[in-house]
Ligand binder design. Structure first.
Ligand SMILES: Cc1cc2nc3c(=O)[nH]c(=O)nc-3n(C[C@H](O)[C@H](O)[C@H](O)COP(=O)(O)OP(=O)(O)OC[C@H]3O[C@@H](n4cnc5c(N)ncnc54)[C@H](O)[C@@H]3O)c2cc1C
Length: 439
């Protein structure tokens, strides 16, 4: 329901320029011309709302999850690109100076050089911008550099299109529609201001400090933080934060990590971090007492308030981090519902908090299924992948379709698990998932 409200709001905002153009009741042109204008209006509205989608607003991500928000952002970015690319080719009317007797520009398209130039520039930049985002992993830039280019590039394109729309657009010549575009552009720009200025100012006022960094498994570290001079942060088990360790609050060097501690454990935060790139490979150099900033909590991998009669947790590798937080919280609350944890890794040395997980099994009754794809001799758990066959085998009981299922792990594992759970009769609204990569 909450998600539906967001979808309705999204459609309302992106379709409003089209509706206003239609209500403007200008004299009709050929169908192709109307389609061309419509494609342009829709593309620009989508582009402007893209800023809000990537603005880390908790009111959005807490409803549908950050990864769904980002997937939506990617899909709609590509949709806007297609609409923008076809926009100039659909026109049938000629480019000509406006005729004195044609006040509504029914017979010509503007031939004003600057209005067309900004449109052409944006038209050329947009495909390059989207392709750079799709191929982000293949370009030799650091994530932070790409992110900066992405933000600045998006604002530049949006500014160029604003100029083009206000000066070349037929429908956007209407003062009301023009003011809607200006308002949407400012909202888009404010979303960037929110991420890069407002959020860091808030974080600067509420600093944290690192209290411990220690290796806990193969290439995996535990990083603990405590609030420095404030009460900490209210969060739900399963949520995540953007963490900035040792940099200015305004630095682009921050990374998303799930909170692995339970809210009930106090005001400190614990994360478990797997070595991957430039920040995560330098954890051994972080000293206790280092200043840190936390942006969050984000994410909707939240079981609190859910009333399903059982909870299945399916993790691949470091994806176990938010699920541990959930299990720790459930244990603390003496939640009586049955819980099952399926935890896949490549090798035994990657399993984190093995003893604690055994304690959970013993004392909280959590049924734990360890899965290794490269199991050692004498291994008592399962061997293979957390795939469809394994999930069908483990969750083969009739009441499974009533359970809540929480998934976190590599994309292929999550896709397999989601499909199989749905095949087992688990409705989609009983499956919560969080991906650790936004592609
Ligand atoms: C919601 C979420 C929760 C996560 N939780 C955990 C966790 O609990 N433990 C863990 O080990 N890993 C977690 N990750 C993955 C973790 O964020 C990356 O491994 C880490 O950021 C890599 O940073 P790096 O500087 O070492 O490597 P880089 O080479 O800089 O980055 C590698 C990749 O990490 C991602 N990444 C880096 N910075 C950001 C950023 N600011 N925003 C979004 N993505 C970024 C990008 O996909 C990038 O290509 C999580 C990711 C997400 C999205």
């Amino acid at each position: 329901m909450k998600a539906l409200a967001l979808v309705i709001l999204y459609l309302g905002v992106t379709l409003s320029p089209l509706a206003l153009a239609w209500l403007g009741a200008r004299p009709a042109r050929s169908l192709w011309d109307e389609l061309a204008s419509g494609a342009g209006l829709l593309a620009y509205a989508i582009i402007l709302v893209e800023f809000v989608l990537s603005g880390r607003f908790r009111s959005i991500s807490a409803r549908i999850g950050m990864d769904v928000t980002m997937r939506f952002h990617q899909l709609l970015g590509r949709t806007a690109l297609v609409l923008a690319l076809v926009h100039p080719f659909l026109y049938r009317t000629a480019f000509n100076p406006q005729r004195p007797w044609d006040a509504t520009r029914q017979l010509t398209l503007t031939s004003d050089f600057t209005a067309l130039t900004t449109g052409i520039l944006a038209w050329v930049l947009l495909p390059a911008f989207v392709l750079l985002s799709i191929g982000r992993d293949k370009i030799p830039y650091k994530y932070e550099t790409w992110r900066l280019m992405h933000g600045v590039g998006a604002l530049l394109i949006a500014g160029l299109v604003l100029h083009h729309t206000l000066n070349a657009g037929r429908y956007s010549a209407d003062p009301f529609l023009a003011s809607v575009w200006i308002a949407l552009f400012f909202i888009a720009a404010l979303s960037l201001v929110h991420v890069y200025i407002v959020a860091p100012i808030r974080q600067k006022r509420r600093p944290w400090k690192v209290t411990a960094v220690r290796p806990i498994a193969l290439k995996t570290w535990e990083l603990a933080l405590e609030p420095d001079g404030h009460q900490g942060m209210a969060y739900e088990a399963g949520q995540f934060v953007w963490l900035n360790v040792g940099n200015s609050a305004f630095s682009l060097h921050e990374n998303p990590f799930s909170i692995s501690s339970a809210p009930a454990s106090g005001s400190g935060l614990q994360t478990v971090i797997k070595e991957l790139g430039d920040f995560t490979r330098t954890l051994n150099k972080i000293e206790s007492g280092t200043r840190a900033y936390v942006d969050g909590p984000h994410g909707n991998l939240v079981v609190s308030g859910r009333v399903e009669p059982g909870i299945a947790l399916i993790a691949g590798g470091i994806g176990v981090a938010p699920l541990l937080s959930i299990l720790r919280q459930l244990r603390h609350e003496h939640d009586k519902r049955p819980t099952m944890l399926v935890y896949g890794n490549r090798v035994e040395e990657q399993i984190i908090y093995r003893e604690e997980i055994e304690t959970l099994a013993r004392e909280h009754g959590t049924k734990v299924v360890h899965v290794l794809s490269e199991s050692p001799e004498g291994w008592s758990g399962r061997t293979g992948l957390v795939d469809a066959d394994l999930i069908r085998g483990v969750f083969d009981f009739p009441e499974m379709d009533q359970w809540l299922c929480v998934l976190c792990g590599p994309p292929a594992m999550m896709a397999d698990a989601e499909d199989t759970l749905i095949e087992l009769g688990v409705p989609a609204h009983q499956i919560l998932s969080e991906r650790f990569t936004y592609d």
